[in-house]
Design a protein around this ligand. Structure first.
Ligand SMILES: Cc1ncc(COP(=O)(O)O)c(C=O)c1O
Length: 426
């Protein structure tokens, strides 16, 4: 028993009581997250379990990272096999590996031809770890595209972004964040961005000038309040990008991989961007893995040997998880599940909203649903839901974010709805 306990300790899993875990993190960790009082000991499918064995429905799915459900058996098996058969660890990027080649080819095929106006050259993929790293890759691509393809003086390139955006937290990315909290005191910030109202095509048109090289957009804003743009907005952006020869990049880190009921969120507007960024669910929520994908011709124009790189970007274990997760996405029709279950769940939530004194609006597509509350106190409702066995959080203060794993079943939807009813109506 004792030997077993020591093994757990060295593995980083000590099994201590919740108070000890709070204390360890408060003492030794940066306080950069506002956490709720739950220590998760176990995660499987749509459920999170604490030390007492109490179960919580995961209504958040790590902001879309756990789309296929926690510890999906196929993805977990692929990772375990890679580790036990010794093909998972990071090896130097000076050598080739099986898992990377396989993953890149699957990924390139998974995506429609990016930037088709540059020809049917196929897609190329640049892998990284966390999502924001691939946002940076997209920014580099747009800037280089402006410099090399459009002849903009290097250093003068401008990218159009949107108010309420969230693309991550590197210095360059917070430089164009709408949130003061993300950037205050972290200057100097990176220039080269112009932010306009999300959904306002005329504002985009007005922002275009001779130095504009690209447009970076979330097809739906997750952190910005679960916001959907007006129908046709992406089509309008595609049109502006075509007329002014701009690079249109879609950040699908949160809303891609089936979350909104389609494989890619840009499909709702039937457009194809010039580049797409994916992360979060790409590895089935098991490992950090993100990609930037564009037309092979553009990727080859922008990146040459030494112009980019990452020690862990595209390392075997993450690639194995990525390939398995693409298979699960297809085999289990995760986009279809999201569409169908999202319709059912949204309809039930709308019925609650009609009887609730608190709800201002319900919006969303697929299993990407926001419940905006009148007083802007969404987190209060989230804390009440936690006591009722549901983990969700707020988006932008005003909106309860509902984004469970896409494999949520009927009984689990009913449980979620019953608990929402208790906090919003009773
Ligand atoms: C749309 C979008 N882009 C980028 C990111 C950043 O991803 P990561 O936290 O993995 O760096 C997020 C994270 O929530 C996101 O929602």
């Amino acid at each position: 028993m004792k030997a077993n306990r020591n093994a757990l300790l060295t593995s980083g899993f000590c099994g201590a009581g919740d108070e000890k875990i709070f204390q360890l993190e408060n003492t030794f960790g940066a306080h950069h997250y506002d956490r709720i009082d739950l220590v998760v000991r176990h995660a499987k499918g749509c459920w999170l379990t604490d030390k007492k064995g109490d179960r919580y429905l995961d209504g958040l799915a790590a902001y879309s990272a756990a789309n296929p459900g926690h510890h999906h058996p196929v993805i977990t098996r692929a990772v375990v096999d890679a580790l036990t058969q010794n093909y998972g660890s990071v090896v130097s990027n000076v050598v080739f590996t099986d898992p990377l080649g396989v993953f890149l080819s699957k990924m390139a095929d998974f995506t429609p031809q990016m930037a088709p106006r540059f020809g049917e050259h196929g897609n190329k993929v640049l892998p990284k770890n966390g999502g924001v790293e691939s946002v940076e890759t997209a920014i580099k691509t747009m800037r280089y595209f402006g410099y090399k393809h459009k002849g903009i003086i290097d250093g003068q390139q401008e990218i159009i972004v949107f108010d309420g955006n969230f693309h991550g937290r590197t210095i360059s990315v917070i430089s164009f964040s709408a949130s003061q909290k993300y950037k205050q005191g972290f200057g100097p910030l990176t220039p080269g961005y112009v932010s306009v109202a999300f959904g306002d095509l005329q504002a985009v048109e007005r922002a275009v000038n001779k130095n504009t090289c690209g447009i970076l957009v979330e097809p739906m804003q997750g952190e910005g309040g679960m916001k959907l743009p007006p129908p046709g907005f992406l089509k309008g952006l595609r049109d502006i990008a075509d007329r002014h020869d701009l690079f249109l990049a879609c950040d699908e880190i949160q809303v891609g991989m089936g979350r909104t009921g389609k494989k890619f969120c840009f499909e709702h507007d039937m457009i194809v961007p010039d580049g797409v960024i994916l992360g979060k669910a790409l590895s089935g929520g098991l490992l950090p893995l993100s990609v930037f994908i564009t037309n092979a011709k553009i990727m080859d124009m922008v990146f040459s040997k030494g112009s980019d790189g990452s020690t862990f970007g595209g390392y075997p274990l993450a690639c194995v998880a990525g390939t398995a997760s693409l298979a699960v996405f297809k085999d289990e029709n995760l986009a279809g599940q999201s569409r169908k279950k999202g319709e059912i769940l949204k309809e039930k939530i709308e019925k609650i909203a009609a009887r609730s004194p608190h709800v201002k609006e319900v919006r969303g597509k697929g299993l990407f649903i926001g419940i905006e509350v009148k007083q802007g106190n969404a987190m209060e409702f989230c804390r009440k839901l936690l006591k009722l066995g549901v983990v969700v959080n707020d988006s932008h203060g005003r909106t309860i974010r509902i984004s469970p794993p896409l494999v949520i079943n009927e009984a689990e939807i009913d449980f979620l709805v019953r608990q929402l009813e208790k906090v919003l109506v009773e």
